[in-house]
Design a protein around this ligand. Structure first.
Ligand code: ADP
Ligand code: ASP
Ligand code: MG
Length: 405
């Protein structure tokens, strides 16, 4: 018998009316036959509100307690959705992540799933019930509640689909699928009917929050096709699958904007071997991920080194950078939070040349200065001033002819 995992995001269950609509859709799926597992996120912006609340109590709340707090949002959703399904005369049962044995490591607020014990879910499915699981959460081996990082309900859904060997994983959200750019920024963005795991992974990591990046990694590893579609309308949505040869015909699949990063610069660093190694090793030892790096050779044996980090790691990174800068005799440490990363992604870049030049040309045509550049096999990113971020996305989108006809 077919097994389907459906995930409904926060905006799909933002209020009682929407919860009732989602319940109808789930019941209709169940009545078509097969087994149905549903993953659901917290209502609307509940998670944001819980985080704000915590910061009104403490400037740096303990991460373990943050997880106890923010996991409550999803617990509310599963209960309400089960009640809505009951009202339609169907059978459903709700569970938290810990209750269905989603075991994670202990990295609070960004935990990784280690294993899922599917016995309880299978037992309820056998009884013919719709099983509703709270997204975004798990439990470590010491029974501490953990969460999987913002947007992590997608990961719960894909991980459950893998563990249960589901036939299909559907992600229901507030847009009709994956677009060539965020439709809120580029109204002319086009919905894609197909995208490869690698492209989706790069888009998600570069700021397209329509799917959580680790959910795509997981889907790729276990080859779980994902269908992203709207919970408000019908439509086929977008299939995220393994790469097919025809996908290389498209050079640029999408453009993204990410404003979650900040730039840190060490100025006047002695220009000698081993300096960059020391800086990056010290920062990495503190578990901070560094991304783009740029070194400018300055004058009189000194250089400037800049790199980007996530804004949430900025405070920590600055403290580390200041220490290193003192021990190395660098002049000073600067930072800039007003930056935006614009990226283009496409497997076709492997076989087409001149793509970077076209991207830079598009930015130049609007007099947008590029502060940093990085490239990988299927992605090119530029850092620009944050105030030009959206404009940059639009001009690049047009340049590559990605919009609706
Ligand atoms: P959910 O609450 O359902 O998980 P999210 O807000 O996390 O939904 O993700 C959906 C949002 O992702 C859309 O409303 C859209 O603004 C944004 N988004 C960013 N980039 C893209 C893209 N390339 N395609 C579709 N949506 C995108
Ligand atoms: N509610 C969580 C968040 O807002 C998880 C999710 O929506 O996927 O990040
Ligand atoms: Mg999301």
């Amino acid at each position: 018998m077919a097994l389907i995992v459906q995930k409904y995001g926060g905006s799909s269950v933002a209020d009682p009316e929407r919860i009732k609509k989602v319940a109808k859709r789930i019941v209709a799926t169940k009545r078509r036959g097969g087994k149905v597992v549903v993953v659901v996120s917290a209502l609307g912006d509940t998670t944001d509100r819980l985080i704000e609340l915590a910061h009104q109590i403490a400037s740096e709340p303990a991460e373990r307690e943050m997880d106890v707090l923010i996991s409550t949002g999803e617990q509310v959703s599963v209960a309400l959705l089960a009640m809505a399904i009951h009202s339609l005369g169907a059978r459903a049962i709700s569970f938290t992540g810990p209750q269905v044995g989603i075991v994670t490591d202990s990295s609070h607020t960004k935990a990784r799933i280690l294993r899922i014990n599917t016995n309880r879910i299978r037992e309820e499915l056998r009884k013919g019930k719709i099983v509703i699981v709270a997204g975004f959460q798990g439990v470590d081996i010491n029974e501490n509640i953990t969460t999987l990082g913002r947007g992590g309900s997608d990961l719960t859904a894909v991980a459950l689909a893998a563990a249960l060997k589901a036939n299909c994983c559907e992600i229901y959200t507030d847009v009709a699928g994956v677009y060539t750019a965020d439709p809120r920024i580029v109204p002319r963005a086009r919905k894609l009917s197909n995208i490869s795991y690698d492209e989706m992974l790069e888009l998600a990591s570069a700021g397209a929050k329509v799917l959580h990046n680790r959910s795509v990694e997981f889907a790729k590893r276990f080859d779980i096709p994902i269908r992203v579609r709207s919970s408000f309308s019908r439509g086929e949505g977008t299939m995220v699958t393994k790469e097919h040869k025809f996908m290389e015909d498209v050079v640029v699949r999408g453009v993204t904007l990410n404003t979650d990063e900040a730039k840190v610069s060490l100025r006047g660093v002695p220009d000698k071997p081993g300096v960059a190694a020391k800086i990056f090793k010290t920062v990495a030892d503190e578990n901070v991920n560094i991304d783009m790096i740029i070194q400018n050779i300055g004058k009189k044996g000194k250089s400037d080194i800049s790199f980007t980090v996530m804004k949430r790691d900025l405070k920590r990174t600055l403290a580390i950078a200041k220490k290193i800068s003192e021990t190395m005799g660098a002049e000073r440490v600067d930072f800039d939070e007003n930056i935006a990363r614009i990226s283009i992604v496409g497997v076709g870049m492997r076989t087409h040349s001149g793509i970077a030049a076209r991207m830079f040309g598009a930015l130049a045509s609007k007099k947008i200065n590029i502060e940093m550049i990085s490239t990988s096999e299927i992605k090119i990113s530029c850092i620009v001033d944050k105030k030009y971020g959206q404009k940059a996305v639009r001009v690049i989108h047009t340049k590559f002819g990605l919009g609706k006809g």
